[in-house]
Design a protein around this ligand. Structure first.
Ligand code: SAM
Length: 276
């Protein structure tokens, strides 16, 4: 990293500030500057963009985002031990890094910048809160949302669920929600040994871009249909959707009641939700 921005190597930062990783906070730090740059580059051009980062930790990804030219980074970090290390980065990039100490799950991200400001979200997410944050970002009242893209690191298995579509073993509620409102793809994998300490599983970087005009649908109704359908994914839909109208509902939507949840396209789920 020293070559990129003249700041000290992350290993030194971690040692100097005593940032031993805490499992409860999902702390697996990325110390390889090539990798943090690769993650940041996945978000495309950052010129003139405000980037929201969740969980900057010692700041490896934050430094890459700033070095790649983001106008500003607003980073939400729960662990107060990281704040002095992040203050050093803020000092190196005056006026370009705001750190908010707090819980990302309780943060109103949309309220942090003026509505017309271009925003991208980039994060090596803490595994225990990653999926909930993604769902929150996918379900704001207004669409297109306040962000232009999400570039997020997940356990590979979660990444596979995000990008999965029909007839894929990983297809489920998350895939329908992501497929309804976004175009999502997996950019690249990161092996456990790239992190300090290494997690048990491979990670993957997922990039999501909002669809400008997703099919009109009430998110709550879509959730009710997918919850019922995938709750009993091996059963025929006439059985799993019984509480919502079963065979009659399926026939109205022009869907064979003998099909199973994992064979339905996102568009077919939307059709069912709109008939509730
Ligand atoms: N961005 C750093 C990197 O790539 O090396 C650290 C990533 S580490 C996987 C996750 C970070 O999220 C940790 O710094 C942790 O303290 C922070 N964190 C955990 N739960 C959080 C929450 N609810 N809100 C904000 N930050 C959180």
């Amino acid at each position: 990293m020293a070559a990129l921005d003249g700041l000290p190597p992350l290993r030194d930062v971690i040692a100097r500030h005593g940032l031993d990783a805490r499992k409860a906070l999902g702390q697996n730090f990325l110390l390889d500057l090539n990798l943090t740059q690769k993650v940041a580059r996945t978000a495309g051009s950052l010129e003139g963009v405000t980037v929201f980062e969740v969980g900057p930790g010692p700041g490896g990804l934050t430094r890459a985002i700033l070095a790649l030219g983001a106008k500003k980074v607003v980073a939400v970090e729960r662990d107060s031990r990281c704040l002095p290390a992040l203050a050093e980065i803020a000092g190196h990039y005056p006026g370009r890094l705001d750190v908010i100490e707090g819980d990302a799950l309780k943060t109103d991200f949309a309220a942090l910048v003026p509505a017309e400001e271009p925003v991208k979200i980039i994060a090596n997410l803490p595994y225990n809160v990653g999926t909930q944050l993604l769902i929150d970002w996918l379900l704001p009242g207004r669409w297109p949302p306040f962000w232009q893209s999400l570039t997020l690191m997940f356990q590979k298995e979660v990444g596979q669920r995000i990008v999965a579509r029909e007839d894929d073993d990983h297809y489920g509620r998350l895939g329908v929600l992501c497929g309804w409102r976004t175009d999502a793809h997996m950019a690249f994998d990161i092996p456990p040994q790239a992190f300090t300490p290494p997690p048990k599983v491979t990670s993957t970087v997922v990039h999501l871009v909002p669809r400008p005009s997703p099919l009109p649908c009430d998110a709550g109704k879509l959730e009710r249909v997918t919850h019922a359908a995938f709750g009993q994914r091996r059963k025929m839909l006439r059985q799993s959707l019984k509480p919502l109208g079963g065979e009659a509902l399926l026939l109205k939507a022009d869907i064979d009641p003998a099909r199973r949840a994992e064979t339905l396209s996102v568009e077919e789920f939307v059709r069912l939700a709109n008939l509730l």
